[in-house]
Design a protein. Structure first.
Lengths: 303, 677
């Protein structure tokens, strides 16, 4: 049983992962090195250890040589925001790339090949807001498209008619939050759906009904609940315990559940979840932008 | 890592993994060369096939394959067999990839891309989908793909509905099937398709979902579907006007900013420096289009042509349940005026779902304009002294009588029967969580079904008891049931004039303001505001509130006491920015500054939610403090407070107080101290 956050071990785990690039698991995820960098670096900042990492590389593909996609573009922008180095970007170019992916119905494609998903709506809005270029897209249509993905249970899916899933809910609620459109969310209906993700036994959260709890939902469900001011509907203490139980107390890192192997993805979501639960020693993270509050306040409150 | 157990890897495992990694690295770098040099030979394409077999998440490889297909197609003759074989190969590669990882976004999208080129039979695709359903009936990629195929091939909604029937009959614990069913059914109901009349279909669906809920009350698969059915039973499409202020048959007294020479404790007095009073319309659902052409005002009060109506809502919204305009009067011209309001005369008022009011509403009230005698005093408002008991014979509570639903085609019978039948059924599950919760919701639902006189018949005590039991039974969701309990409690308090008048007083200090005291009631949530539009002073102290969500409709509110609650930040008070009359606010002894996480950060209009803001002097001189106290800054500068109490919060102190004085220069009283010039 874990009774505390072994922060130092997680820091070491992340820094080692940077070096252990030649295992099969690492090579098979070559294409999302950019996301991995964002997850690792944000976790370090939340634990106040960002100084231990030096410069960052990368284009806006998942890794050098791979094709561009909004998923990796967002991580790139988020990483630069963390280091307060947004000025090195060609903001005009990046924002035009994203704006060019908006479709007539307001939705966004992930790249030139046209896959549409509300994840990409969130990514576009989050990214352009950080770059202060939201006016480059048709925000009203973007919002209309997101609202068209709202389901009868109050949740949101990838596309109109798709089943509610915590990941998509985070994306849609986040996008609506950033654009000042949370009035489109039925907070009580969605709040109840979200609070019922908490598993009575383990205290963990699942992503949709009758599924298993997983640490990554400590982010997606929790941040959604916070954005709509319904987080008091879950039992926070039990969730903290679940996240702590998912730590590898010896080698560092956090996994999706206590029995599985750790990875950077879940380490990030575990620490971010603890941040939202006000765990001592962890900086506050912004629930919509998924970056530390001090970073977002710095960017958005400057005229 | 999903599906990978945590265990120390043995040296043989690490060696094997490293060897695999070397192979994969070499494949990847060869692939990259082919991709960047645009090499689309058979061998190159075969290489990408191998790569995707090992790693279906290599998204660049899927992109490459699309380019390869387009390149090949451009170079061959348009022989349909050849073209088909190319597409068949793509579909085969997708199937292989999906076998590796049936959640691969790249694989599913590639299949859609091939299909949109006009290939494969629907029979094939549905067969493939059946295969995946059997592997995992909750695979949302498969369900999304199914909807894609259905759309492409124009399969009927009725057929798809039958498919959900089959899935559910096979295994009721299939939330994905219930979800799909709700989408199809709501579409068929909205179209009034043959055999899909709500009064017949909804009761049938109740029977159908019972199998899911009653077989295993802990399985959530049917819960949300049942809640949706309840919503369909209760929600009438046409909007209804549920209350207004001033209300039908009431009398109000209007004066200038000072005191009156006589205290008429029977009527509500409204004092205004600006010489105007609000007219509030409250509907049961958000509507748009309220304007001087859709609301006609018949009165001798001069200067009230072409009134501007505003929705009380977020800046980005043009719809709201609450609309307000301001009627002008001249206090130096004392007189009695009858004011007749007609709402919905022309069909411009539309709900967000596109429906008009079924018939216009009409109501009449009397406004007595009185002369002001003395200048307005700026004495401190007390929450303890200077109160009179409410006059039981007061005519003001006529305002509680909500407007009659004139000629509304609501068709209550089947709805009432459905609720009654459900109440009976759920009695069986009375010991389970979902049983108690559903029963409580059904009993509350009866409120909507009955007329105002019979509202007393609603079993509030039973509802409150159910929520108490739920707080004990399902302690993880204690606060959810607590909030519902507070809502039911407030509905009970406002259900009759008798119960409400026990909480009403008059404040002598300010022209016999109507004061509602709801303090020390363990309230965690505000509700029933539509019945409280006439309230001018509200005491909510010593409760468990963490937000003022809901108070925005209380346009007459000039004094609000929120001391000793659980307010964590000024962003939680965002709704008060709509209450333009607010002069006195007490938020002392709360939790402001105590918590690092702000749960109303995005429910407050600010630059964080991309709200436009103009920088003022305070912002220019103190950018650091504006960032530090951003929520206090944005909320307080939109209020016209004369009296504010903030002591007893962690944020309190000299720095914050002096910041407040800059942001609210017109403040007269801070924490009980009169401010100098």
């Amino acid at each position: 049983m874990a009774d505390k956050l072994v922060a130092d071990k997680h820091v070491r785990y992340i820094l080692m992962a940077e070096k252990k690039k030649e295992s099969f698991e690492s090579v098979v995820m070559d294409h999302l090195r950019m996301n991995g960098a964002y997850w690792g670096l944000t976790t370090l900042d939340l634990l106040d250890k960002l100084g231990s990492v030096s410069a960052v590389s990368g284009g806006f593909a998942g890794n050098t040589g791979h094709d561009p996609h909004v998923i990796y573009t967002l991580s790139a922008v988020q990483i630069l925001a963390l280091f307060d180095k947004l000025s090195i970007l060609d903001v005009q170019k990046v924002s035009s790339y994203i704006a060019g992916l908006q479709n007539k119905d307001g939705s966004f494609s992930g790249d030139m090949w046209g896959e549409v998903d509300t994840r990409f709506s969130y990514i576009a809005i989050c990214c352009l807001s950080i770059l202060k270029c939201l006016d480059k897209i048709n925000v009203k249509k973007a919002v209309d498209y997101i609202v068209s993905c709202k389901n009868l249970d109050g949740g949101f899916g990838c596309t109109p008619g798709a089943e509610s899933h915590a990941r998509q809910i985070f994306c849609c609620v986040g996008a609506l939050a950033i654009t000042g459109n949370l009035h489109h969310v039925d907070k009580d209906l969605l709040g109840w759906w979200l609070c019922e993700r908490q598993d009575y036994e383990s205290g963990g959260l699942n992503g949709r009904p009758e599924k298993l709890p997983d640490v990554c939902y400590s982010w997606w469900v929790l941040s959604s609940l916070i954005m709509i001011d319904r987080v008091h509907w879950i039992e926070k203490g039990k969730l903290v315990k679940f996240i702590l139980d998912c730590q590898d107390m010896d080698n560092g890192g956090i996994s999706d559940n206590p029995k599985d192997a750790v990875d950077i993805f879940h380490t990030y979501f575990g620490v971010a979840g603890l941040s939202l639960l006000e765990y001592p020693g962890v900086k506050t993270i912004d629930p919509a932008y998924a970056l530390p509050v001090h970073v977002i306040n710095r960017i958005l409150f400057t005229k | 890592m999903h599906g990978r157990p945590r265990k120390a890897s043995k040296p043989e495992e690490e060696a094997a993994s490293a060897a695999k990694a070397v192979k994969l690295r070499s494949l990847q770098s060869q692939f990259m060369t082919n991709h960047h040099d645009k090499i689309y030979t058979k061998e190159a394409i075969e290489l990408s096939t191998k790569l995707l077999e090992i790693n279906p998440e290599a998204y660049t490889a899927w992109n490459y394959r699309k380019l390869a297909v387009e390149d090949t197609l451009s170079r061959i003759e348009s022989d349909p067999n050849l073209v088909n074989s190319i597409f068949d190969e793509e579909l085969r590669v997708v199937e292989n990839a999906l076998r590796q990882n049936f959640k691969s976004y790249g694989a599913w999208h590639h299949r859609k891309w091939v299909l949109s080129k006009g290939h494969s039979s629907i029979g094939n695709e549905l067969k493939l989908l059946d295969k995946f359903q059997r592997l995992d009936s909750r695979n949302f990629h498969a369900w999304n793909y199914r909807r894609f195929v259905v759309e492409l091939t124009k399969r009927s909604e009725q057929d798809e509905l039958q498919y959900t029937d089959d899935m559910i009959n096979n295994n009721f614990s299939n939330y994905s099937a219930w979800h799909n069913r709700s989408v199809l059914l709501s579409s068929l109901l909205a179209q009034n398709a043959d055999g899909f009349m709500p009064n017949e279909k909804i009761p049938d669906e109740y029977d159908f979902v019972h199998s899911a809920i009653f077989t295993d009350p802990d399985d959530q698969s049917g819960w949300f579907y049942h809640l949706w059915l309840l919503d369909q039973t209760l929600n009438v499409e046409t909007p209804l006007l549920t209350s207004a202020w001033p209300s039908h048959g009431s009398t109000i007294i209007l004066s200038g900013a000072g005191c009156l020479n006589s205290s008429s404790s029977k009527f509500t007095t409204f004092c205004s420096e600006s010489g105007s009073f609000p007219l509030i319309l409250y509907s049961d659902q958000a509507v748009g289009g309220v304007s001087s052409s859709t609301v006609t005002i018949d009165s001798e009060l001069k200067g009230n042509e072409d009134l501007v109506w505003e929705p009380i809502s977020n800046k980005n919204s043009q719809v709201s349940c609450v609309w307000v305009t301001h009627l002008k009067y001249v206090s130096s011209d004392p007189c009695e005026y009858k004011v007749k309001i007609r709402v919905g005369n022309s069909p411009g008022i539309i709900s967000s779902r596109g429906y008009n009011f079924s018939a216009p509403y009409e109501f009449v009230f009397t406004a007595h304009v009185h002369d002001t005698v003395e200048d307005s005093q700026e004495g401190i408002v007390s929450w303890t002294d200077g109160f009179d008991i409410w006059d039981a014979k007061s005519k003001d509570l006529k305002s509680l009588v909500t407007l009659d639903r004139l000629e509304a085609e609501i068709d209550f019978e089947w709805r009432q029967e459905a609720i009654d039948s459900e109440v009976e059924c759920f009695g069986i599950l009375a010991d389970s969580k979902i049983g108690k919760l559903t029963l409580a919701r059904l009993l509350m639902a009866r409120e909507v079904m009955v007329s105002d006189d019979a509202v007393k018949g609603v079993r509030y005590e039973e509802i409150l008891q159910l929520y108490n039991e739920l707080m004990a039974l399902d302690s993880s969701h204690y606060q959810y049931y607590k909030d519902e309990h507070s809502v039911a409690f407030l509905h009970k308090v406002t259900s009759s004039s008798e119960s409400l008048s026990r909480h009403l007083f008059r404040y002598r200090g300010m022209n016999n303001l109507v004061c509602l005291r709801l303090n020390n009631l363990s309230l965690s949530r505000i509700a029933s505001v539509k019945k409280l539009l006439f309230v001018q002073m509200l005491d909510l102290s010593h409760n468990e509130l963490h937000s003022t969500e809901g108070l925005e409709a209380m346009q007459l509110l000039c004094c609000l006491n929120l001391s000793h609650n659980r307010i964590r930040s000024f962003s939680a008070l965002d709704s008060l920015r709509h209450v333009k009359q607010l002069k006195v606010l007490d938020v002392s002894h709360n939790h402001i500054g105590k918590h690092s996480v702000d749960t109303t950060r995005y429910l407050c209009s600010s630059p964080l939610s991309n709200s436009e803001w103009s920088q003022d002097g305070v912002g220019r001189q103190n950018p650091g403090l504006v960032t530090k106290y951003w929520d206090a800054y944005f909320v307080l500068r939109d209020l016209n407070l004369k009296q504010l109490d903030i002591a007893g919060n962690e944020i309190s102190g000299d720095e914050f107080s002096s910041f407040v004085l800059q942001v609210v220069p017109k403040l007269v009283w801070l924490d009980g101290q009169k401010l100098g010039n």
